[in-house]
Design a binder for this molecule. Structure first.
Ligand code: CA
Length: 470
């Protein structure tokens, strides 16, 4: 199905929230992403302090406030408004330090129709030309993002990480198998593993260097492993997508309907300890090398906001196999890709102390993934595994073809430094094979195409702190 365009995508429309009209804002009126926030000055235990909000320019619109003004009373949006305000009976908090935090799960579970209606309504009351009375009422529920703290947007019951970039898979494969980098299953099956949901953290949460078991590479053939802080901490630039309506246990999701089961996307940093990973990963895959922390950007950009930036799926090389029938759909082939530019920056402690801006290390694009979001979701449910509202599926490291004269399209340090053989030099002269304590990693993503307003995902950042245990 072709992603539908409507009045909410009109690039001419401006908002009466002036900061949303600035060219470099990630959150113009055409975006309207959802998140969960609280005021920085809020005390830490009342139910009412966490809210569902919409980013607009440098402000946040409090959905509960709009509802209390009667601005979301139309039959088409009542259910979605209620889902943003009331706790579902079996909900638990996504945020451990705020046990009664609201989440987007109920809104996600409502499905695409309610979400689209709410988007149209929010667009109508935020656009230039909104009635003065609406505008006055809405103004009472706008607050500066600078006065808020963002929380995890959803209770993620299950988190799955894929490996959808053939460039990443090939670059990493070359490090271990120079003659045969890509395993024979790669072009047939979207490879993934079950990640850890409990250690998902929202952007800006510091990440402690994990400790674990590693082996001395020179200690062959006796492994002689040791336990201690990782010496090869890495980031992975990824994009996550949240499940909206799920599927029943035992049922699957046909690929032609897959996108109706996706709520929206965010940035993901799959922090990875390469030395722990190298020793533990065979034969069952990643475990403690990944489960210590995974960072998410706080704003979930909906599938509707992404509609103008949908493109054809990745063009497979001549001679590559066609996807098996359950992973093929003509609409997905034509519109299943996404033109989403991504970048990774790093700021060391010394750069921060001397006022140096973060250094961009790599740039890549979601369009270069071998598998589409729909293919990953359909494959995940193809054995009857039930996906649930709020589940998070991530793309895997987004790398791409390197283009001369541009930043490398290599979404982790393992690839960028060829496993530490070619360190990156920072503007201070410091070198990095892997991350050092005090380094901040910043992921960004934005969609830009002719004839439409640029929209952004915001940032996903995290600073490395020293190991807690030795
Ligand atoms: Ca990953």
């Amino acid at each position: 199905m072709k992603p539908a365009l409507d009045e909410t995508h009109d690039p001419i429309t401006r908002s009466w929230v002036e900061s949303a009209n600035l060219g470099d804002s990630d959150f113009p009126i055409q975006n309207l992403p959802f998140g969960v926030f609280r005021r920085r000055d809020a005390s830490s235990h009342a139910d009412s302090e966490t809210k569902v909000g919409i980013a607009i320019g440098d402000s946040i619109l409090d959905v509960a406030g709009l509802r209390s003004e009667g601005l979301l009373a139309d039959a088409s949006v009542v259910a979605a408004a209620d889902a943003c305000v009331f706790y579902s009976p079996n909900q638990h908090s996504p945020n451990p330090d705020s046990p009664s935090s609201i989440s987007l799960n109920a809104l996600m579970a409502l499905g695409a129709g309610s979400r689209r209606a709410l988007r149209r309504r929010l667009h109508a009351i935020l656009r230039n030309g909104a009635s003065p009375s609406d505008r006055k009422a809405v103004s009472r529920h706008l607050l500066p993002q600078a006065e808020t703290e963002m929380l995890l947007p959803a209770v993620v019951g299950d988190y799955t990480d894929f490996y959808a970039s053939i460039f990443h898979a090939t670059n990493v494969g070359k490090l271990f198998r120079p003659d045969n980098p890509l395993l024979p299953n790669y072009k047939y099956i979207p490879i993934g593993y079950h990640g850890r949901a409990s250690s998902l953290v929202v952007s800006a949460t510091p990440v402690h260097r994990p400790s674990g078991q590693t082996r001395d590479a020179n200690a062959d053939p006796v492994p002689d492993p040791r336990f201690g802080p990782t010496k090869a901490l890495d980031y992975e630039l990824e994009v996550g997508f949240f499940v909206s309506t799920g599927n029943r246990l035992g049922e699957s999701i046909p690929i032609a309907q897959a996108e109706e089961h996706i709520f929206g996307i965010c940035l993901v940093n799959d922090w990875s300890a390469r030395d722990i990973q190298a020793w533990e990963y065979q034969p069952l895959g990643p475990f403690l090398a990944k489960s210590f922390s995974t960072s998410l950007s706080p704003w979930v950009v909906t599938m509707e906001a992404l509609a103008p930036f949908r493109i054809a799926a990745f063009t497979r090389a001549e001679g590559d196999p066609a996807p098996l029938p359950y992973l093929f759909d003509a609409g997905n082939r034509e519109h299943g890709g996404l033109n989403l530019a991504l970048e990774v920056s790093l700021q060391s402690a010394r750069m921060r102390e001397t006022g140096m801006a973060p250094e961009i290390l790599s740039r890549s694009n979601f369009r270069d993934l071998y598998w589409t979001m729909a293919q990953m979701l359909t494959h995940h449910a193809s054995n009857g595994c039930n996906l649930r509202a709020g589940d998070l599926l991530a793309s895997g490291t987004v790398s791409g073809p390197d283009v001369s004269g541009q930043k490398p399209a290599r979404g982790c340090l393992l690839e960028l430094t060829t496993r530490g053989q070619n360190p990156v030099t920072l503007p201070t002269g410091e070198q990095r094979k892997f991350l050092e304590d005090g380094d901040e990693v910043i992921l960004r993503g934005f969609c830009e195409t002719d004839g439409f307003r640029r929209i952004g995902l915001g940032t996903c950042c995290g600073t490395v702190l020293p190991a807690l245990t030795i």
